[in-house]
Design a protein around this ligand. Structure first.
Ligand SMILES: C=C(C)CCOP(=O)(O)OP(=O)(O)O
Ligand SMILES: [Mg+2]
Ligand SMILES: [Mg+2]
Length: 309
């Protein structure tokens, strides 16, 4: 059974749960923790490059999911905050590297020039490496109030998530699929699941593990997370076509330009959105046993399909 965290209970019982204020409040907690997590060291240049991208804004969805799932599972924000920061460090690394000329070659990210445009390709590669390594150090050295075996479990899952069995593997397949718009829906879902879904899934699951959730709860939350992970990337591909560069904070229309295999290239915009909505509805059904305490996770799932950036 799930022990409901005090905060999750309060939020769940509120008559009108406001996602906007919830996201704003949680993003502020994450923002402050990220700022504190990485002071400028020596050599200053690399720390500046790492901080430039880590603190460039963004929705902070992965850390917010981790905190929400930890609270739903009876844990506290404090327990999950180092892991939440680490998830954002890893995500930021993936964006810095994804934007490099050798990969997607993008000039803008989060409304600012990309890391390599400001610091050069050499430093951008190293800034990504630095963030990735620091993420693991940060979880290992800063997590408090959690049994060591649970911390090790989180570290192992982070490693698997970011490696060839996860994000890195997905990025390889994404690059290899360029110029092959006839790719199968199964292959495309597999690419999405690895390059984007894996980290979103680990964001949710790591929060539950830190809180000591039961295997049944971890299984339920994993199913929820797999669905929202895939839905997230489908919507990301749709937004690349329907949103403006200004809204996205990154150059719109890049997928078409690079002849990426995407959901809209296979199913069209409406077909893709209805698949994303279906996945989100299924994700929400998985949470029915939790009652009002899971309202934040339900609202985030809906937001994934309604978001504008
Ligand atoms: C998944 C990772 C690691 C980076 C972003 O993927 P995409 O290349 O599909 O997305 P944007 O650059 O459009 O954000
Ligand atoms: Mg890419
Ligand atoms: Mg990209």
């Amino acid at each position: 059974m799930v022990t409901t965290g005090e905060q999750a209970r309060k939020i769940g019982q509120a008559e009108t749960f406001s996602l906007a204020s919830y996201l704003q409040e949680r993003a502020a907690i994450v923002e402050e923790a990220l700022d504190r997590s990485l002071p400028i060291g020596d050599p200053a240049k690399i720390y500046e490059a790492m901080r430039y991208s880590l603190l460039a804004g963004g929705k902070r969805l992965r850390p917010i999911l981790c905190l929400a799932s930890c609270e739903l599972s009876g844990g506290s924000i404090e327990m999950a905050l180092p892991t939440a920061c680490a998830l954002e460090m890893i995500h930021t690394m993936s964006l810095i590297h994804d934007d490099l000329p050798a990969m997607d070659n993008d000039d803008y990210r989060r409304g600012k020039l990309t890391n390599h445009k400001v610091f050069g390709e050499d430093i951008a590669i190293l800034a990504g490496d630095g963030l990735l390594a620091y993420a693991f150090e940060y979880v290992a050295t800063r997590t408090r109030g959690v049994p060591p075996l649970q911390i090790i479990d989180v570290l192992a899952r982070l490693g698997r998530t970011v490696g060839a069995a996860g994000l890195v593997g997905g990025q390889v397949l994404d690059l290899e699929s360029e110029g092959k718009p006839d790719i199968s829906a199964e292959t495309l879902s597999f690419i999405h699941t690895l390059k984007t879904g894996a980290l979103l899934e680990t964001s949710v699951v790591s929060g539950a593990i830190l809180a000591g959730a039961s295997p049944e709860d971890i299984d339920r939350l994993t199913r929820y997370a797999k669905n929202i992970g895939l839905a997230f990337q489908i919507v990301d591909d749709v937004l690349d076509i329907t949103a403006t560069t200004e809204e996205l904070g990154k150059t719109a229309g890049k997928d078409l330009q690079a002849q990426k295999a995407t959901y809209p290239s296979l199913w069209g915009i409406e077909g893709s959105m209805s698949r994303a909505r279906e996945l989100v509805e299924e994700a929400i059904e998985r949470l029915s046993v939790y009652g009002p305490a899971a309202e934040p996770l339900r609202a985030i799932a809906r937001y994934i399909v309604s978001r504008k950036n």
